[in-house]
Design a protein around this ligand. Structure first.
Ligand SMILES: N[C@@H](CCC(=O)N[C@@H](CS)C(=O)NCC(=O)O)C(=O)O
Length: 207
């Protein structure tokens, strides 16, 4: 049994979607970020940076922190969505999500969605960066069915929940046809529908 410690955010959803995709039994323990539960001593023992998501695996009593490491761990455990001849491409797109797409769009959410009007410079900067990320993803998906090639992998599972926040971005997902097609196709997967709603957050936003 996997215990998923998470909140209803894109990083949390990456793991609920993966767990649904690989069909491992799991339970969710909510970490209330606005009440500071991530800073509690017991949580910091399994999450040294006080961030969700984290998993605990009762098969071996291991815990894993960081959404990228968790996706790789679960993929290794089940041999699903990672082990192909394109593994290096999967690593490239997964690391681009972890190092670039997540942190940059996350900063955009802070300045544009949560704190509008506080910093014009930051709103403009992260709008421009997020728009550029949409374009780069669209360019890639114009020549490749999925991010790492022909197959749906943990690189798509990591990236899709950030694109699912498109209504917060005011960029217009439908202006990026290949990204939009990829988004809609993944949105139809049963595991994605269930994993997206793992905390009852509602339906997947349409483009
Ligand atoms: N690189 C980490 C980032 C995780 C992260 O930023 N989590 C946010 C929620 S999406 C969090 O726990 N924030 C709590 C805080 O910063 O206090 C990962 O991908 O797991």
């Amino acid at each position: 049994m996997i215990e998923l410690f998470a909140a209803d955010t894109p990083n949390g959803k990456k793991i609920s979607i993966m767990l649904e995709e690989i069909k491992l039994p799991y339970k969710v323990t909510k970490v209330n970020l606005s009440e500071g539960e991530q800073f509690k001593e017991d949580f910091v023992k399994i999450s040294p940076f006080s961030k969700i998501p984290v998993i605990k695996d009762s098969d071996n009593d291991k815990s894993v922190f960081g959404s990228g490491a968790i996706l790789i761990y679960l993929a290794d455990k089940t041999r699903k969505f990672y082990h192909s001849k394109n593994k290096t491409n999967i690593d490239e797109w997964l690391m681009a999500q972890m190092g670039l797409i997540g942190p940059q769009i996350g900063a955009y959410h802070h300045f544009y969605h949560f704190n509008k009007g506080k910093s014009k410079y930051s709103e403009e900067r992260y709008f421009k960066i997020t728009k550029d990320l949409y374009q780069r993803l669209n360019d890639r998906l114009s020549v490749s069915k999925y991010l790492a090639g022909d197959d749906y992998t943990i690189a798509d599972i990591a990236t899709w929940p950030w694109v699912a926040r498109h209504q917060w971005h005011d960029i217009g997902l439908s202006n990026y046809p290949s990204l939009c097609k990829w988004y809609e196709e993944i949105s139809k997967r049963e595991a994605v529908i269930k994993g997206y709603n793992f905390m009852g957050g509602g339906e997947i936003p349409k483009p």
